[in-house]
Structures are given as C-alpha cells and as structure tokens.
Design a protein around this ligand. Structure first.
Ligand code: NAG
Ligand code: NAG
Ligand code: NAG
Ligand code: NAG
Ligand code: NAG
Ligand code: NAG
Ligand code: NAG
Ligand code: NAG
Ligand code: NAG
Length: 493
C-alpha cells in the first residue's frame, strides 16, 4: 500500500502538471527571456510573496497580465497591466522590446497592446530587465546600474499595498490614485476613484466620476479626520506634504510578531473602500467606507453637521450661532450681532470630523492658542482647529466661508472651534450648550430628518441611495449597507 503522504505529494504534483503543463517560473524578464501565457509561466518575487502572470478574472475568458499574492489561496489580484486592452487568446507575450520597454503583445504581432513607454537613450536600450519585488512592485531596471526606470506602484489599479504611495509628486506631476474595476469579471477602469485632493489643505476623497461620494478627511497628523479606525496596532501611516510631494503611505509596523502580515486597501466595483488583513484563510475587513449616512458627502448642508449619535434618527444640526435657512442649510441667526471686533469668540465642538478643508488654510508653525488669535483677528475666519493631533495639538487650520460636510464621530475626533457672536458666547457654557443643542433639534424636527426630507422632495423615498453603490433601501428614512453588492441606478434603490 502507498504511503498516504507520498500519495498526497503525487496528487499535488499531478494537479500541478494538469494546471500548467510546462510551468516554469522566472525571476526576471530580459530581452532574451520573455514571459509567455501559453507556457503557463510566472514571474515570481524573490521570497515568492507575489507572482506576475496571465490570468482571466471571474467568468471572463479574456487574458490579462496581473500581479497577485503567490501564497494566498484565494486569488487576489492587486495590479493589472492591460486593464482596458484584454487579450482574446492565450498567445500573449510579455517581453522587453528593442527600445528597452516592457511590452505586451500577441505572438507574431509587433504592435504592443500595452507598454511601459519609457524613453531610453540609445546606449541603454539593451540594458533593461523587469523583476517583481517582494512588496508587489513590478520594476523595470537597468541591468548594470540597477536604476529603476519604471514601476507599477506609480500606476495603481484598485489596490493600495503597503509601501505604495497615494498622491502627488509635484516634481514629476505624477498623481497616483486608485480606480475601481468595472466588475469582478472586468478589471477595466470603473467609475469609482480614491484620490488625494490638494486644494486648500490636502484630503483624501472617494469619487464617482467627478462627484465626491465620501471625504476621508484631512490629515490630522495620525489619521484622516473621518476614519477613526485608522489608528491601529497594525498600520504605520506616513503622510508627507511639502514642495516635493503630497502623499500617504501605509506600512505594517516592524514591531509586529509577523511584520510581513498581508494587508491591502481596495476601492471595489460598488464604490466601497475597504482595508483588510489576511488572517490564516481569508481577508478580514478592518474598516470600510462609506458606511453610515453621515459619511455621505454633504449629507448635511452648509453650516450644519451630521450627528450619528442617535442611530435610529440621523440628524443634521446647525453649528452654534446658526439657524435653519431651508431644510438643508443653516445661516447666521437673525438676531445675531456683528462678529467683527465686537466681543466675539469661539465655541468648542468635540469629537468632530472637521469640515471640508478645500477652503481651509494651514499654518503648521502656530500653536492652538496662536491659532485662536489668528482666527479672531481675521473677521472672515469662521472656525479653527489644530492641524496635527499629535502631542496635544500642533499647527493651525482656519476656515473662511461656509463650513461643509462636518460630522461628529462616535469616538476619537478633533476639537473644532466655531466663531460665535458675543450673545451666543455669553449663553454658552458647555452645560447650557447641551440644552440648547436639544432645543435646536426639537424646534426644527423637520430639519432633523434630512433623509426623509430629501426623499420627500424628490417624491421618492430612499432616492438618495443612488449616490452610493452598495446601499439599498431600508425603511422610509434610512438606507442600509447591502454588503458590497452593487446597486447601480436602475436597480430598485
Ligand atoms: C479582443 O476582443 C475585443 C472585442 O471582442 C476587441 O475590442 C479587442 O481589441 C481584442 N483584443 C485584441 C488584443 O485583439
Ligand atoms: C506564429 O507564427 C508561427 C510561425 O509562422 C505559427 O506557427 C504560429 O501559429 C503563429 N501563432 C499565432 C498565434 O498566430
Ligand atoms: C503608452 O503610451 C500609449 C500612447 O501614448 C498610451 O495609450 C498607453 O496608455 C501608455 N501606456 C502606459 C502603460 O502608460
Ligand atoms: C548593447 O550591449 C552591448 C554589450 O552587451 C554593448 O556593447 C552595446 O553598447 C549596448 N548598446 C547598444 C545600443 O547596442
Ligand atoms: C459608470 O457610469 C455610467 C454613467 O453613470 C454608467 O452608464 C455605467 O454603467 C457605469 N459603469 C459601471 C461599470 O458601473
Ligand atoms: C505631526 O506632529 C508630529 C509630532 O510632532 C510629527 O512627528 C509629524 O511629522 C507631524 N505631522 C505633520 C503632517 O505635520
Ligand atoms: C508598534 O509600535 C507602534 C508605535 O510605536 C505602536 O503604536 C503599536 O501599538 C505597536 N504595535 C504592537 C503590536 O506592539
Ligand atoms: C513607521 O514608518 C516610518 C517611515 O516608513 C519608519 O521610519 C518607522 O520606523 C516605522 N515605525 C515602526 C514602529 O515600524
Ligand atoms: C483673512 O484670511 C484670508 C484667508 O487667509 C485672507 O485672504 C484675508 O486677506 C485675511 N483678511 C485679513 C483682514 O487679514
């Protein structure tokens, strides 16, 4: 009788041979050594963490060149070369061409369907080679100098991997952002993107086309202001904002028992951002967004903020000193007095996702006290907050104009200081403010149901669900997250 262990090895070998008859793995692609689909070849990283090869996503029969984790059982593609130019046969070849570029073409065809497009000097055209690094980065390097001339990390698809930068390189004009796949079967460029927005003070936003769906918020020194869960024992995030670049990069902490833990952030086909970690046998979600109604960009109108505190009834609240103008906007209280050198001051709101910083100014050299003085001196300054949460607050953010898209967070969150006139200032000890806040809500109960209101106005309850893929109709005044299934316009919600 056969030794069962031996039998398993034989079985494994057999299935391996069936899947790829010749199956060779390369560690580099050179002018003499292309990667061919028909041969079932893979380009492997040094530690075999990642593989690059030809694949067909989902139920598609098209062929794409992609990068996936080699040791993770569930095929997880993290990058695709020819997203919008699929191959229709298995004769694809990825090679270094006569000009030193990495090109994808079909056998016997010289016109590439995808290329790295680097301009090489004549002397270095026969010096290129491609290899896959253990962080999942495909690089084109000069064989002699090891100089990197192109890297896949500069052209992300739907996945942000550790060590990959998101954002702008001001020196080269390169903007790295994520774009969703069209569907599980089609890695072509979809409608959703996750980008760094550098107008005003930088923030990260999720878009559908050119419409903002969700604002991750501005960088608070340790996290995006709208993602409390970003602070973790796993992720070490570095944000750089200077004349050379405005970028963010995640790594896993080097002090973990296993610093090589696989983690990724994806913008999926239904417009949901998801950060997850590979644990033993599956991807486990760490956070995802948009999730709550308060996440929806401008869910509450100008000068109001969203308060998810009462989960049953989502509420928009006017900032102190403001009153409802219409059911969506707040304006300065009518009985208010001038707020320009007239005894005005500030009221603190705690645990806030701070307002849209595209109209904000930052001065990293100021303390919180100096920030208050700066804002007070300038009569068009509406609010201020500390720009960096570290060490009890460093730097100064000031807002001129309408405050938009703020919300209170269930935990964490920053202190936001709102300019109020002398009367409001006089009435507002924090205790009284609590009562007043309730009063606002009660008085303007119509306003406190923005969702109901929106639906009512458009004559169709739950209509706002259209803004989000992945949300569905729940009840008359709520939408629920439908677990990543996509609901495009035309579907029920
Ligand atoms: C594959 O087929 C699609 C349409 O079926 C076509 O648009 C595309 O150009 C083809 N790709 C190649 C490489 O021939
Ligand atoms: C490429 O050319 C060779 C030789 O002419 C031929 O045998 C082969 O079938 C061709 N391959 C394709 C995909 O057309
Ligand atoms: C290379 O250049 C061509 C033509 O300008 C363009 O269509 C293609 O997208 C570029 N490829 C890459 C990988 O940037
Ligand atoms: C190509 O490689 C050879 C040596 O391998 C070298 O002499 C030559 O200068 C290189 N460049 C070109 C353009 O041929
Ligand atoms: C992208 O948006 C357009 C316009 O709304 C729509 O027609 C198309 O179906 C969407 N594509 C995907 C892949 O959802
Ligand atoms: C925030 O403050 C900390 C502590 O001083 C500092 O290390 C970090 O670089 C600051 N971040 C930004 C974006 O200024
Ligand atoms: C690793 O170090 C960071 C920063 O020093 C700390 O916040 C984190 O909790 C540490 N993680 C573990 C697992 O000890
Ligand atoms: C966090 O990342 C920075 C920048 O990559 C690195 O210098 C630092 O050592 C990392 N910290 C930990 C605890 O891994
Ligand atoms: C107030 O601040 C804005 C924005 O920084 C600036 O444009 C304006 O000149 C300032 N006004 C005064 C009076 O300093």
């Amino acid at each position: 009788m056969m030794n069962p262990a031996k039998g398993n090895v034989l079985l494994l070998l057999l299935s391996f041979l069936l899947v790829c008859p010749i199956c060779t793995s390369l560690d580099t692609i050179t002018p003499d050594q292309p990667l061919k689909d028909g041969d079932g070849q893979l380009l492997l990283s040094n530690q075999k963490t990642f593989a690059l090869g030809f694949f067909s996503p989902g139920s598609s029969s098209h062929r794409y060149v992609g990068i996936w984790y080699y040791q993770i059982t569930e095929q997880t593609v993290v990058w695709v070369a020819n997203r919008d130019a699929p191959l229709n046969d298995t004769f694809g070849v990825l090679s270094i061409n006569g000009k030193g570029n990495l090109v994808l073409h079909t056998q016997n065809q010289t016109t590439p369907i995808w290329s790295t497009n680097v301009s090489f000097s004549v002397s270095s055209t026969n010096n290129s080679m491609a290899k896959l690094l253990d962080i999942g980065n495909l690089v084109l390097v000069q064989q002699d100098s090891q100089l990197v001339t192109w890297q896949s990390f500069d052209y992300p698809t739907n996945t942000l991997l550790p060590h990959m930068k998101l954002g702008l390189d001001w020196r080269t004009g390169l903007n790295r952002f994520l774009t969703s796949w069209k569907s599980k079967d089609d890695p072509g460029i979809g409608n959703y993107s996750y980008e760094m927005v550098t107008i005003g003070y930088p923030q990260a936003c999720l878009y559908m086309g050119r419409t903002i769906l969700w604002r991750a918020g501005s960088w608070t020194g340790i996290r995006w202001s709208g993602i409390p869960k970003m602070i973790s024992n796993y992720f070490n995030v570095s944000f750089v904002n200077n004349q050379d670049e405005t970028t963010i990069m995640y790594t896993t902490f080097s002090n973990l028992s296993n610093p090589e833990v696989s983690s990724k952030m994806v913008v999926d086909e239904s417009g949901i951002m998801q950060r997850s970690l590979w644990q033993e046998t599956r991807w486990v979600e760490y956070w995802s967004a948009p999730q709550a109604l308060c996440d929806k960009y401008l869910n509450c109108g100008p000068n109001s903020y969203c308060d998810p505190h009462n989960e049953a009834i989502f509420e928009c609240k006017c900032f102190p000193g403001f009153e409802p103008k219409s059911s969506r906007d707040c304006i300065r209280e009518k009985q208010g007095v001038s707020m320009c050198n007239n005894g005005e001051g500030f009221v603190k709101l705690a645990h806030m996702k701070v307002p849209d910083t595209s109209i904000a100014h930052a001065d990293m050299s100021l303390s919180l006290k100096e920030c208050e003085q700066k804002c007070l001196r300038n009569c068009s300054c509406m609010a201020y907050a500390s720009a960096n949460e570290s060490e009890g607050g460093i730097g100064c953010l000031t807002w001129q104009g309408d405050l938009a898209d703020a919300s209170t967070l269930p935990y964490q969150g920053q202190d936001l200081y709102i300019r109020v006139d002398v009367n409001v200032l006089g009435t507002l000890s924090s205790f009284i403010f609590k009562i007043l806040e309730k009063h606002f809500t009660k008085m303007h109960s119509d306003f406190s149901h923005p969702i109901w209101w929106l639906g009512h106005r458009s004559g169709e309850l739950g209509k706002q669900c259209r803004y989000f893929g992945g949300w569905s109709h729940h009840s008359n005044d709520r939408c629920q997250h439908s677990g990543g299934q996509s609901h495009h316009s035309g579907s029920k919600c």
